[in-house]
Design a protein around this ligand. Structure first.
Ligand code: HEM
Length: 437
């Protein structure tokens, strides 16, 4: 089965120039979501620091993204200015009564600068140590194997619903100590809140996102109250750590605590689902690469460290090739230059991770899925002070999920075309029916 991703006809120079010159993130061409990579290539080649009709800049070169990531003092992550007109719109909110989505995003660490960002990040990182992550491995293996057993009994299923989406919800639920019976709504809340981050959310996306923040806050108030009564081990339990604050006595306010729990539940959810789902769909679309991977795994059976290295390379290549998170944003605090283009103070900048990860200046033969690629300086987890706090956990989930799936069902096949999530920012599938082969 051939998916649109595989049909990338060569583009003439004139056509590429035309595409670059008319690119507007707020009015994307109809086939963009199926395969944005030719558009990214046209932009990288002909207009790598593109000024869009709304005045913001869209960056597609790896070196330009790195320059922005490296200078967090100049390129702010704080979204108060940018998100006020986006979210505080009737009937959802106003300047005097901010919308739930506005309060949520402007309080989460990822959309803040130091000092709030530093305080929250330190607390989270303290509970995501190497040891804490290594301790999660046996439970993760057991979970993945139980999902694979069920799939085997059924002779197949849906890669997303029956496998990819079922893993992060448990891992992130464990991290925050959400009781098993209460995890069911987490995925829909997460999809709705992140869905409203699209460049131009629809009224339905606004409504679902605001409703989900409100419901999640109500739920977390109860969870936090319970954990205050019965604290967990702060070395392992992120929620207890966030509640207790640092040893220095610095605590998060109630709003900071609740909103950052929402962020954490969401951050580790759809992104990791998409890593696993995109990775497995790629294995289907690139049978030669899959065969090479399987033969590498077979040749080193029993050599734990080598197997881990083989799978790590494969997972990182999937992250590069089909990054779960395609776009990031910053705002210039002062007049500056990026890639030779002048920016005024206050200019908004979109960092196109998906394009930087196919930049031929950094990745030889960038449109080839090379599961043995090394080095692989992809930016799927961002870079700099906001680099993903959960990257080791995400990589572990990717290795265990993709590795065990492939070893159990090396000849699996999609039985219908996979259904795209329909988002520009978060790239993944909603469904991908398959049989085990
Ligand atoms: C494949 C899976 C994942 C991908 C692709 C991903 C991607 C990213 C990216 C690109 C950023 C940086 C945003 C920016 O620079 O503005 C980020 C930040 C973050 N991610 Fe992830 N993420 C993944 C999984 C996870 C997991 C499993 C967790 C939680 C355990 C997590 C927690 C976070 C946190 C807390 C931040 C904010 C860091 C900060 O602002 O300092 N992520 N992630």
């Amino acid at each position: 089965m051939v998916t649109p991703e595989q049909i990338t006809p060569p583009m003439s120079g004139d056509r590429a120039r035309e595409i670059a010159a008319s690119f507007d993130l707020r009015a994307l061409p109809p086939d963009f979501l199926a395969n944005p990579f030719p558009v990214y290539a046209a932009l990288r080649e002909h207009d790598p620091v593109r000024r869009m009709p709304d005045g913001s800049l869209f960056l597609t070169r790896h070196a330009d993204l790195m320059a922005v990531y490296r200078d967090a003092a100049l390129f702010s992550s704080d979204k108060h200015v940018e998100f006020a007109p986006k979210y505080n719109v009737p009937p959802f909110g106003s300047d005097t009564a901010p919308a739930p989505l506005y309060e949520h995003h402007t309080t989460s660490l990822v959309f803040n600068d130091p000092p709030l960002h530093t305080r929250v990040r330190k607390l989270i990182m303290g509970a995501l140590t190497r040891r804490a992550i290594a301790d999660m491995e046996p439970g993760l293996v057991a979970l993945v194997d139980s999902l694979l057993d069920r799939i085997e009994d059924q002779g197949g299923g849906d890669l997303i619903e029956d496998f990819a989406a079922a893993i992060p919800v448990e891992i992130i639920g464990n991290l925050l100590g959400v009781p098993h019976a209460e995890r069911a709504p987490l995925r829909d809340w997460s999809l709705a809140i992140l869905g409203a981050l699209e460049p131009v959310p629809t009224p339905a996306q606004h409504a679902a996102g605001n409703r989900s923040v409100t419901e999640m806050l109500a739920y977390l108030r109860g969870l936090v109250a319970e954990r205050r009564r019965h604290p967990g081990d702060p070395e392992r339990d992120v929620l207890t750590r966030l509640i207790q604050g640092e040893a220095s006595g610095e605590k998060l306010s109630e709003v900071e605590l609740l909103q950052n729990c929402i962020f954490l539940l969401n951050a580790g959810h759809e992104t990791t689902t998409n890593l696993i789902g995109n990775g497995l769909v790629l294995m289907h679309e690139h049978p030669a690469a899959r065969e090479d991977l399987l033969s590498d795994l077979c040749a080193h059976a029993g050599q734990i460290e080598t197997l881990e290295a083989i799978l790590s390379r494969a997972v990182d290549e999937c992250l590069r090739f089909e990054s779960s998170n395609q776009l990031g944003n910053r705002r210039a605090l002062q007049a500056a230059q990026v890639g030779g283009v002048d920016l005024s103070a206050g200019a908004l900048v979109t960092l196109c991770i998906g394009a930087a990860n196919r930049d031929p200046a950094v990745f030889p033969d960038p449109d080839r899925l090379d599961l043995r690629r090394e080095p692989n300086r992809h930016l799927a987890f961002g870079f700099g002070i906001h680099q993903c706090a959960g990257l080791s956990l995400a990589r572990l989930e990717g290795r265990i999920a993709i590795g065990r799936f492939l070893r159990r069902f090396p000849r699996f096949e999609l039985s219908a075309p996979p259904e795209r999530g329909g988002r520009a920012r978060f790239r993944g599938f909603l469904g991908a029916p398959f049989r085990i082969g």
